[in-house]
Design a protein around this ligand. Structure first.
Ligand code: FE2
Length: 333
């Protein structure tokens, strides 16, 4: 009898809300996150069921499953996708004094449907041997003096979309489009590869100036990254726009699903992610920046030095529809 009941519970699976689990739809796939989840389980007794896929696939799944979706928490590595989930009506507003008391307002959605649990900034890297006057702003990447020297990944990549959309937010569509055209004119090769590939291309001599998130470089300082570790001395690091708005930042973002079967556990999980303990683990695991004050980033990240960041609200550039149109209009791959 008892076995039958347990079996029935198992077969019902995630469609039945359980007091002791939370279903995490995650597009993060860092091994180090595992420790964060097991620590949460240890503290709360709530099991974390990880469902990992690309953000687009997870969002598609939540959409098609509708009210029956087992998703409790959605975790993404950029603001654009999580905001798209919000615009699709898939998320629930989060009301939490813990969150609003510890996370800077610019990292929280205007409707409270998503928030950043860690931040990443988008640096300019350059070949110290070949570039005497590196671009010190994103705008300067479009300066004709750098013709044939610049490499980026595809414009449709979320990091490139967020960067262009933030330029739209600051300077308007016309200026942003002109900048995008100037950048295209300066390319050393067709946009390709991931962020690490851009920095690698400095080492290999293919590119002189590239754009990439800070942690791809910091990682190579701490562990073996093929084609990069051992050669980082030749790579110069620029924190752009230090004399004006500051470097562009993005977030690893978290949200609670609108139809979460374990909504209470989901909120506990979100609050746990902004606890000092989880913040330290998040930051160290992927060399990101904590969102909570007084938590130290990793040694590799600290070695990059202090800098000023653009504190425009991420909600101002979270919808990257126009940025994608501009890349398409100018034929940026
Ligand atoms: Fe990334």
């Amino acid at each position: 009898m008892r076995a039958a009941l347990i079996l029935a519970g198992l077969m019902a699976g995630t469609s039945i809300a359980s007091a002791a689990e939370v279903n995490l739809f995650s597009s993060r796939h860092y091994d180090t996150d595992e420790a964060i989840y097991s620590n949460f389980t240890e503290k709360t007794g709530i099991t974390v069921n990880r469902i990992e896929d690309s953000a687009d696939k997870l969002i598609e799944r939540m959409q098609s499953e509708g009210e029956l979706s087992p998703a409790d928490v959605l975790l993404t590595v950029d603001v654009g996708r999580i905001d798209r989930a919000a615009r699709l009506g898939l998320l629930a507003p989060m009301e939490s004094d813990v969150v609003s008391g510890s996370v800077p307002a610019e990292l929280i959605d205007a409707d409270g449907e998503w928030l950043g649990v860690s931040t990443r900034v988008r640096n300019i890297f350059y070949d110290k041997n070949d570039v005497e006057n590196p671009p010190m702003t994103y705008e300067a990447l479009a300066d004709p003096q750098y013709e044939g020297m610049v490499c980026t990944r595809s414009g449709s990549n979320v990091y490139m979309l967020a960067l262009l959309q933030s330029i739209i937010a600051h300077a308007g569509e016309d200026a942003a489009k002109e900048w995008a055209m100037g950048l295209k004119n300066n390319l050393a090769r067709d946009p390709q590869g991931g962020d690490t590939d851009q920095i690698r291309a400095i080492v290999s001599g293919e590119c002189d100036i590239v754009v990439a998130n800070h942690y791809y470089f910091a990682r190579a300082l701490r562990k073996e990254v093929e084609g990069l570790t051992g050669s980082t001395d030749m790579v110069g690091v620029v924190f752009p726009n230090q004399d004006d708005r500051g470097i562009h930042q993005n977030i690893s973002a978290v949200a609670v699903a609108k139809n979460a079967p374990n909504a209470e556990n989901a909120m506990k999980f979100v609050e746990y992610l902004v606890s000092p303990e989880a913040q330290k683990m998040l930051a160290d695991g992927n060399d990101e920046f904590p969102v909570v004050a007084d938590i130290e980033p990793s040694d590799g990240v600290k070695s990059l030095g202090d800098f000023k960041r653009d504190t425009i609200s991420l909600a101002e550039f979270a919808d990257t529809t126009r940025a994608q149109e501009i890349w398409d209009e100018i034929g940026y791959q």
